[in-house]
Design a protein around this ligand. Sequence first.
Ligand code: KE4
Length: 429
Amino acid sequence: MIIGKSKRLFDSAQKKIPGGVNSPVRAWHAVTGVPRFIARGKGAHVIDIDGNEYIDYVGSWGPLILGHAHPYVTGALQDALRQGTTFGAPTERELQMAETVCRLIPSIEKIRLVSSGTEATMSAIRLARAFTKRSKIVKFDGCYHGHADGLLVKAGSGVVTLGLPDSPGVVPALAAETLVARYNDITGIERIFSKYGNKIAAVIVEPVCANIGVIPPASKFLANLASITRRYGSLLIFDEVVTGFRLSPGGAQEVYRVRPDLTCLGKILGGGLPLAAFGGRRDIMNLIAPLGPVYQAGTLSGNPLAVTAGLATLQQLSRHGTYQTLEKKGKYLAESFAKVLAKYKTKATVNRAGSMMTLFFGVARVSNADEARQCDREKFARFFHGMLERGVYLPPAPYEAMMISLSHSNADLHKTVAAFESWCRSDRH
Ligand code: KE4
């Protein structure tokens, strides 16, 4: 495979951009090799700067549930562009977006648009602390909610642990306000609340994990979280930046029938442009400035182009049968991979939720971050490169999610399975 241009660009990029990339995972440190510089995308395919074409399962880490350059989205953007790009003033489109999201996700009675998932979760946590007048936050080991200081914490020793900074620059005193629990472990949560309950402002959770690989919630886990937080007067925040509009029109909370107090959205919400949001109960959201005292702001919040792309995407997703189609594609791919793994007696497990999935090599079950970390990362790196050589572009990290879009054709899926079987046959380690 010719990758000379990507190599040259990557060498140059590293001179001016830390690690040569504008977000760490794009540097391929987990799989090594030369990150491909992408020239363009079309449907389920991307073409790199050297002209190599791949079936894409990164999907820009989630937003592109319709695929690349969907004509309905690009057409809407072309119309919007002619009217200008940003005004720093309210627009009708922002109201349309707010009304659409509140209709799709009934737990969201009011919503504030922002520009990234990090902003959304950071703001939701500030709001939860203001509303409850408490300072502690509970997050789960393996869940990622963006890079706000208070969320870049890791579990200390033991199960009920005060957070420790997971990055230089995070102040230990702030990290200590975040408690880290084990996903799918309701006993652990009960223990944390029995010790800190009246100090806990909120629990923030990915209702389906996507940042330690895909890990669905155990039965009743989310419902138990909702009842515990209610019992102690804490808030439940669903970080649906990934799952929102991915798993269903109403996100994971519709699938699992659990109503959080606040929800964070992103990725698909912007249809590939920078848009995210936080929203929820009216009595909580009314604390947000300028109505209330909790300050939150953004120059490009609710940007007209991003809202246009998001509305066009949500409109396409509202078409009949969309989520049945996504479920069928995801089911086919996961089951086909499982059949190949069995045929070649390769120890691995496939975790899937709708149109997102992760292969964990060397383990039989992954229900929390500790189990995920037992997986064979070397084998994953070989899997990544083996698939890349066969024209399939996977997330370049073992703890991410393959994203299937509506534009992945049956031919794309069959080719992907054939590539996987060919690699499994060759990788007899
Ligand atoms: P952003 O600030 O990257 O828009 O969103 C942060 C975020 C919040 N919540 C969840 C559940 C998320 O998955 C994310 C970001 N996801 C990663 C991929 N797993 C973004 C990719 C990257 O960091 O480059």
